[in-house]
Design a protein around this ligand. Structure first.
Ligand code: ADE
Length: 219
């Protein structure tokens, strides 16, 4: 039997995303900043960045990308800039947007890159800010205390995260209902059986899990 990994997760809904983004837009308006360019830090910052463009009336939406050496909930935080900005931002009022600041690595790397491109103003925003982050964004909607660290399963990442988490429930072979129970025990989330089935199908196709009758095991 292998190790039983456990950490707090939260399934985030699109309604929560809209609520947090509206709150963020309100805070940005209140400080009298009017971004002329919004840059989404991909992949997590894309949806919030697009929503903020709509709320704040911003037409110029660009992207930069950082990537982590790791997968879901790997807190080592090592990040690299893998896509530079391919637009001019000199003299623009720039808002760099991500979904969450956790270690703060992605935001600091992306901000340093944009600073080199001589924007007029450069501000940063995240929906969620975990207080352990070494980087504090200028704007955020929700503050998460470091001791309340949680892996947020964003709606745009739900399938990918479930594919990462599900094999961790298979420290011993299980049926679908037991996998659902293990999600509750190990990760504090209620995952509908339908999602568990879809995830198992994806993982079986990828050769990550195998089935013997009603039971599933890691391949
Ligand atoms: N990306 C980096 N940290 C995260 C977290 N705690 N939850 C979801 N996505 C993240």
């Amino acid at each position: 039997m292998s190790e039983k990994e456990s950490f707090r997760c939260k399934l985030v809904t699109y309604d929560e995303i809209v609520e947090w983004t509206r709150d963020l837009a309100k805070k940005i308006r209140a400080c009298d900043c009017k971004p002329t360019v919004i840059i989404g830090l991909t992949r997590g910052g894309w949806v919030p960045a697009r929503l903020l463009c709509d709320l704040l009336g911003v037409k110029k939406l660009y992207a930069v990308k950082t990537e982590h050496w790791g997968v879901t909930a790997n807190p080592d935080g090592k990040a690299l800039l893998t896509q530079e900005l391919n637009a001019r931002i000199d003299d623009e009022e720039v808002l760099l947007v991500d979904d969450i600041t956790d270690t703060g690595e992605s935001m600091s790397i992306a901000k340093a890159h944009l600073q080199d491109m001589r924007p007029g103003v450069l501000k940063t925003a995240a929906l969620l800010h975990i207080t352990r982050s070494t980087f504090v964004p200028d704007f955020y909607s929700v503050e998460v205390p470091a001791d309340g660290w949680t892996w947020f399963i964003f709606p745009w990442n739900r399938n990918e995260d479930l594919r990462t988490l599900l094999p961790k429930t298979l420290y011993e072979e299980k049926g679908e209902a037991d996998i659902q129970k293990a999600f509750r025990e190990q990760f504090q989330i209620d995952v509908p059986l339908e999602d568990i089935r879809t995830t198992l199908e994806d993982l079986e196709a990828a050769g990550t899990v195998t089935r013997a009758g009603e039971k599933w095991t890691r391949a």
